[in-house]
Design a protein around this ligand. Structure first.
Ligand SMILES: Nc1ncnc2c1ncn2[C@@H]1O[C@H](COP(=O)(O)OP(=O)(O)OP(=O)(O)O)[C@@H](O)[C@H]1O
Length: 754
């Protein structure tokens, strides 16, 4: 049966369409459709996802929800699956969620320990060298954002540049008094970041009196005006996300009906179905996929494996997986699946673990789907897509003019309190803040009705997998799509999974796993993805792999293809033999006429070093080589924005950034480059020691990502003597040697120190 006729079908496992959340005709959007009170941005908890944050669900916690909240607090202490989640047998529902709960607890402990260690360090140089805090900041300006949030601009005194830091847009932070180690500070989210200034969005204005009252502590800064205080910003554990995940997991445990079935399929208890067939009747016959494919009016130019993947996904009754090796158009394919679902009258929730991945999907959907809304903090959304954010669309609503007036009034009030802080006594200042609170309340109530309208109209809602539950209420969708699924922990996916009966996940388990701080949690499986587990559990019947890639020269692709994808990748004709020298205005030279180069530093005495005051590693010798190569590339006519330098260690990134100042040139860790591409990529491997220790370079997935970012040229700089103690790198080196792309650093006289 074709998926086109899906809507009329009702199998034993299907809930009839009318009972599901419907398509356009009969959207049942959870509680907010029935006129329950809507509240915006009620607490700092709502920071997770956006300036706009609204409670579209019931105002009071229902008994059921209260139970869920309680359940989310109980803590299992021993791992039901001490070796990670098994894939050779069905999982027990309670054991499974206990395991996920334990992962989250261990991760939270690791996060708290990290923050506690960080806040112990008081020396400015030491604390800032961790990259997790910025100290000695002045509050230089502030504004109000939507929902009456305060946007605080912080900068170093006398305009110094901010130190290298990991406080990215979207990072949860704590703003505290730098001179007072006992100050618990106020929570916020980084909303904007420049070299000299950082902005945070917060629900609480940093009024020193208010803070003292809150903590009940007498402060030596009691009489200081706001402008006289120096602040400190620390990266903080993301408690909001954790709580949301725990609540979703608690709910998933008790799910019944279609939701319960999807859970049981994902736990390997029930067999997945495609086109109404059970797994024992799978794999789906190729003719069935071909039939389905023939019925689809594709909106994008897709290659045959991509078209098959779309047809396959649309035939799934429970879940389907699209495996997308680097550059194979996974996101392009997923966008087509969503567009087809919308054409069939379905409403879709499109998610990914990171904001960047959500935006990559949104970029494609914008052209395919009439009405798409991006939920999330606008500051975390690509600038050219901000119009599609909920905030952007609310702003366009005619009633927003009133909100703008109210916001202006709010700002004036705050400025008055600030300007005259020496003259306004504490009581009057309290009244001013109370008035500000009242205005914020008015702003929120007006915004909530506009928000509801915008969300109701959307065919597709795009968000990170950390879903703002208050905003989306109990809303369900016909289909949930999750991109870059291998970058999310299993626990991180349940908020999304709970919202539909059908799930399409796309990703590549051979690329980066989710970041997990706790070694203990990682040891019991937290880094293993749901997608990987399902592939192992059900095999080829549940996934389609994309095989034609549109990024890399064939030689750059080949190693990755052979090593990670059973040699299945094919370079499209448009990229198969492209080289740097084919770019306009680039000179032909050995550097630009070949796709690969490994410069081996073995024996040249370029040993790794530990960063002073830090734990990260660097390699100045390799940095010198990279700098010289960048100079030569530039000389050949390659522009800065066409080059990327990737280093596995932050200290090497810091070193190179401090020494290279080329317009558009990007220098980052591997994690910063997943999903990206550049004409030429230089990798500095850093590790060089007599013991042959390679640390986390041993995770081959990391190297797979790093080596597949280059379109026309991949240059590796590393010590073969150290790296090749590991089989994987021995294979890489052999591959480069066989391609005639190996050179010892001794062949480059200009690159070795005297
Ligand atoms: N069928 C196609 N024909 C031509 N170009 C395509 C096709 N499919 C994808 N591309 C191009 O290939 C590039 C990669 O596509 P996309 O970003 O969808 O891939 P991805 O698999 O999600 O990437 P990543 O490896 O970064 O996760 C894009 O420039 C896209 O336009």
């Amino acid at each position: 049966m074709s998926a086109r006729s899906r809507k009329g079908r009702s199998t034993a496992v299907d809930t009839p369409k009318s009972k599901r959340s419907s398509g356009k005709a009969g959207k049942a959007h959870g509680n907010h459709a029935s006129g329950h009170e809507v509240r915006l941005g009620k607490s700092s908890d709502s920071f997770g996802d956006g300036i706009i944050s609204g409670k579209l669900g019931k105002k009071k916690k229902s008994a059921k929800n209260a139970k869920i909240a309680d359940a989310s607090e109980s803590q299992p202490r021993s791992a039901p699956y001490p070796h990670g989640l098994p894939t050779d047998r069905p999982l027990d529902v309670n054991d499974y969620f206990d395991q996920l709960h334990l992962w989250l607890d261990l991760e939270a402990e690791a996060e708290r320990a990290r923050l506690a260690r960080l806040r112990q360090i008081r020396s400015q140089r030491d604390v800032e060298s961790t990259g997790q805090a910025i100290v000695g900041l002045d509050l230089v300006d502030y504004h109000t954002g939507l929902a009456g949030r305060y946007l605080l601009d912080l900068a170093k005194p006398s305009g110094q540049e901010l130190p290298m830091n990991r406080l990215k847009v979207g990072s949860p932070v704590v703003l505290s008094n730098d001179a007072d180690p006992s100050d618990e500070g106020i929570p916020g989210v980084v909303s904007h970041r420049k070299n000299y200034q950082i902005q945070i969005a917060t629900d609480i204005f940093p009024d020193p009196d208010a803070q003292n009252a809150k903590t009940g502590k007498a402060s030596k800064h009691k009489r200081a005006s706001i402008g006289e205080i120096r602040y400190r910003l620390d990266l903080s554990p993301d408690e909001t996300t954790r709580k949301r995940q725990l609540a979703a997991m608690a709910k998933a445990r008790g799910e019944r009906g279609r939701g319960g079935r999807l859970r049981d399929v994902l736990l390997g208890i029930e067999a997945p179905r495609f086109d109404g067939k059970k797994i024992d009747a799978l794999p789906l016959a190729e003719e069935t996929i071909a039939e389905e494919r023939a019925e689809i009016k594709f909106r994008t130019e897709l290659n045959p494996p991509q078209k098959d993947a779309v047809a396959f996904a649309l035939l799934a009754d429970d879940f389907a997986i699209i495996h997308g090796p680097p550059g194979t158009g996974k996101t392009t394919t997923l966008a087509e699946v969503i567009a087809q679902a919308v054409d069939r009258g379905e409403r879709v929730l499109a998610c990914a673990a990171s904001n960047t991945a959500v935006d990559n999907l949104l970029e494609r959907l914008e052209r395919l789907v009439p009405y798409v809304v991006r939920v999330g903090h606008p500051a975390r959304v690509f600038e050219h897509l901000r119009e599609l954010t909920l905030d952007g669309q609310v702003d366009k609503d005619p009633s927003s003019a009133v909100i703008k007036d109210l916001r202006r009034e709010l700002e004036q009030l705050l400025r008055f309190a600030q300007r005259d802080s020496r003259n306004v006594d504490r009581r009057s200042r309290g009244e001013l803040f109370a008035e500000a609170g009242r205005i914020r309340g008015q702003i929120r109530s007006l915004e909530r009705s506009i928000v509801r309208g915008v969300l109701d109209r959307a065919d597709v809602i795009c968000t990170t997998t950390t879903i703002d539950e208050e905003l989306l209420g109990d809303e369900r969708f016909d289909l949930i799509v999750i991109d870059e699924a291998c970058q999310s922990t299993e626990g991180g996916m349940w908020q999304a999974i709970l919202r539909a009966d059908r799930l399409i996940i796309a990703g590549d388990h051979c690329q980066l796993p989710p970041t997990v701080l706790s070694d203990e949690a990682a040891a019991i499986g937290m880094r293993d993805s749901l997608m990987q587990r399902l592939v192992h559990r059900f095999g080829e019947s549940v996934y389609r792999r994309l095989t034609v890639q549109y990024r890399m020269h064939e030689s750059i692709m080949r190693f990755s293809s052979d090593h990670f994808y059973e040699g299945s990748l094919v370079a499209d004709a448009s990229v198969r033999s492209h080289l740097l020298c084919d770019l306009g205005d680039v000179d032909a030279s050995p550097l630009t006429e070949t796709p690969l180069l490994w410069i081996d530093t073995a024996g040249a005495g370029m040993e790794e070093q530990l960063e002073p005051d830090g734990q990260s590693k660097l390699n100045p010798g390799e940095a010198n080589i990279i700098i010289e190569l960048v100079r030569q590339l530039q000389e050949a006519g390659i522009e800065g924005h066409e080059i990327a330098i990737i280093a596995p260690y932050a200290a090497q990134v810091r070193l190179l950034r401090s020494r290279l100042d080329l317009d558009g040139l990007e220098i980052d860790t591997v994690d910063g480059f997943q999903g990206r591409e550049k004409e030429v990529v230089l990798l500095t491997m850093v590790r060089s020691n007599p013991e042959g220790i390679i640390g986390f370079l041993a995770d081959q997935r990391r190297s797979n990502v790093a080596m597949t970012r280059a379109k026309r040229k991949l240059i590796m700089v590393g010590d073969s003597a150290t790296l090749c103690s590991h089989d994987f790198y021995a294979d890489v080196l052999k591959y480069f040697e066989e391609a005639g792309a190996y050179q010892s650093v001794f062949e480059f006289q200009t690159l070795i120190p005297e």
